[in-house]
Design a protein around this ligand. Structure first.
Ligand SMILES: [Zn+2]
Length: 296
């Protein structure tokens, strides 16, 4: 039983639909979102973009197994207004930041399109397993939203039919963002070779229609548990199997020790070149907007 005051925020829940060979993830972010955004003073379009990105990072990262596995999502352009958008996920911890041209952004208005923000860009999704194996897929940054670009990543790079919905809004008690990801698994088991995935598979078509009926209001309804959401969408199915969830947090791995260890790998003359007049090496963490002054 959950308490009446529960807001079901900052959580990730997985589920499977065994009879449809499908799996899903649902994410809702609230305090974590504020924690990430509070490190920056972003204008509204960037706040919106980064909110979506963090939800997507948690949805896709939530597919990983193992505490050391990491997902990194990077959207990049050379001529675009948003030069770089990065977020990553590891063991329930999310972080992210954006680098953009504030002057050009200010001329765009309140609700710029994805192509207005990025121009011609690409989206790179990198999975790193616990064994430090890396898999990267790159797709053009096309469509109406980052979520659509992520769907393209799954269909083009992974050949996995996938539906993603993301919603975010500014509320009275801060910002909230949430999302749903469902995907078809060809043989019903994770990790096996996907030989016969068809986008028009009848089971998948049914799951996609049901999942696609979710509204932004439902995703963002604080009193609605993630389990209830999955149940609402798929209550006609034989079984909705809910997987153990994860509490999400805002995490960064920056520390003086972390950067000192990295810098120690550089030859002494290169370390010398990094020092300022006081002999200090200053390193910035773009995720946290923090500078570490290393006297090493
Ligand atoms: Zn940091």
């Amino acid at each position: 039983m959950t308490q009446a005051t529960e807001t079901f925020a900052d959580a990730l829940m997985g589920f499977t639909l065994p009879s449809r060979n499908a799996r899903g993830r649902i994410v809702r972010l609230e305090g974590v979102l504020d924690a990430v955004l509070s490190a920056h003073d972003y204008p509204a379009p960037i706040t919106h973009l980064l909110s979506d990105a963090l939800v997507l990072g948690a949805l896709m990262g939530g597919l990983l197994k193992g505490k050391q596995a990491q997902l990194t999502m990077q959207a990049q352009t050379s001529e675009g207004i948003v030069r770089l958008l990065v977020c990553d996920y590891r063991d329930g911890a999310v972080r992210g930041y954006a680098d953009f041209d504030a002057d050009r952004l200010a001329k765009l208005g309140a609700n710029p399109t994805l192509s207005a923000l990025f121009g011609e860009g690409y989206l790179a999704i990198t999975y790193e397993t616990e064994e430090r194996q890396r898999y990267q897929g790159i797709v053009p940054l096309e469509g109406d939203s980052l979520a659509q670009a992520c769907e393209s990543y799954f269909s083009q790079s992974e050949q996995i039919p996938t539906l993603i919905r993301v919603a975010s809004r500014a509320g009275a008690s801060g910002r909230m963002a949430a999302g749903l990801l469902v995907q078809h698994l060809a043989d019903g088991e994770e990790g096996r070779e996907r030989l016969h995935v068809r986008l028009d598979h009848p089971d998948w078509e049914h799951v996609a229609v049901m999942a696609g009926s979710i509204s932004h209001d439902e995703l963002l309804e604080p009193g609605l548990s993630l389990e209830t959401l999955a149940w609402r969408l798929f209550h006609e199915e034989d079984e909705v199997r809910v997987l153990p969830g994860a509490q999400l947090s805002r995490g960064c791995r920056c520390s003086s020790e972390h950067y000192a260890a990295i810098i120690a790998r550089f030859p002494p003359e290169e370390q010398q070149a990094m020092r300022n007049d006081e002999g200090i090496i200053a390193v910035d963490c773009a995720f946290c907007s923090r500078t570490f002054a290393l006297a090493i």
